[in-house]
Design a protein around this ligand. Structure first.
Ligand code: PMP
Length: 307
């Protein structure tokens, strides 16, 4: 990974390599915490964080769900992001991925987490296409996972919490071992839920279809893509999708902060559409890029410029 000079932790900027933690930190053992994945884009007017407010709001929502008292307000978190990117400005020449994490530190062991100290950190480094440059241009190979998405009766998928990602990690591991690039997980009713770190869309007869958020994170990119699609006059339907419907879709793609808009060319060794990025996918991808790069004035309010 490409290191930067500073990491923000508990209100201070510290050197990248000083941002260490004790081996008995509570989160390390029991997996509770809350994190975000946010991107800043190198626009013509410098670095701009995409939907910073929404990401900070979701971070605090995640904390609330898992009963962690984050010591910072949404405004303080937003300002901390800006402070960090300003401090690291000379380290960045291209797009940046930002990872805030609220975690439980050292001092208390045992499952009961409430007395563990709460720490907050933010790191930001240059990171290119999450699923590869070739993937973002030509599409990726996807495997429907043998792992069911964390069921809502025992997990809380609206919280972006480290523990939830064991399910994602095992699905991704399996998909890569099978020669694919990403996993697609079903919910416990057998309908499509989401990718290991992305939301999912198909296109059928010109219509954009995406699953409801019952079994998924409340994805910020999914919401942006739906908004953009409506602008382009594309009909958007939110409903359940079955595995066999994916196989016969005209197009399919993933969305996420890391994955952006990544076309899917194959699912379970069946070619999707023409076997490359579909027309509507490409249109949405191009428009999404315009939005995050500050080239669509309608979406200017989603960008926080770092000057
Ligand atoms: N689902 C999961 C499980 C994720 O980890 C992510 C990435 N944060 C997403 C969906 C996409 O969410 P977003 O568009 O807000 O990044």
């Amino acid at each position: 990974m490409k290191e930067a000079t500073y990491i923000w932790r508990d209100g201070e900027l510290i050197k990248w390599h000083d941002a260490t933690t004790h081996v008995l930190s509570h989160t390390l053992h029991y997996g509770n915490g809350a994190f975000e994945g946010t991107r800043a884009y190198m626009t013509d007017k410098g670095l701009a964080i995409f939907r910073l407010k929404d990401h900070c709001k979701r971070l605090l929502d995640s904390c609330k769900i898992v009963a962690i008292a984050c010591p910072y307000s949404q405004t303080e978190l937003q300002n901390a992001h800006i402070e960090l990117l300003k401090a690291n400005k000379n380290d960045y020449t291209t797009n940046v991925y930002i990872r805030p994490l609220v975690y439980l530190g050292y001092g208390v062991m045992g499952v009961y987490h409430v007395n563990a100290p709460v720490h907050t950190m933010i790191a930001a480094w240059e990171w290119g296409a999450y699923l590869g440059e070739d993937g973002i241009n030509n599409g990726i190979k996807v495997k429907i996972s043998s792992f069911v998405r964390n069921p809502i009766k025992s997990s809380m998928g609206k919280a972006k919490v480290p523990a939830n990602y064991l399910n994602s990690q095992m699905a991704k591991y399996e998909a890569l071992a099978c020669g694919c690039e990403e996993a697609l997980l079903l919910d416990d009713n057998g309908c499509i839920a989401e990718g290991s770190g992305e939301c999912f869309f198909i296109v059928r007869n010109g219509m954009l279809i995406t699953p409801p958020q019952t079994h998924t994170l409340e994805s910020i990119t999914q919401a942006s893509v739906i908004e953009i699609a409506k602008d382009l006059g594309i009909e958007v339907v939110i409903r359940d999708i079955t595995r066999d419907e994916v196989y016969i879709a005209d197009e399919a793609f993933f969305t996420g902060t890391a994955a952006e808009v990544t076309p899917i060319r194959e699912v379970d060794f069946r070619t999707i559409g023409s076997g490359t990025a579909g027309e509507i996918t490409k249109k949405l991808q191009a428009e999404f890029t315009k939005v995050v790069m500050g080239k669509n004035p309608k979406y200017a309010h989603y960008l926080t410029y770092i000057d």
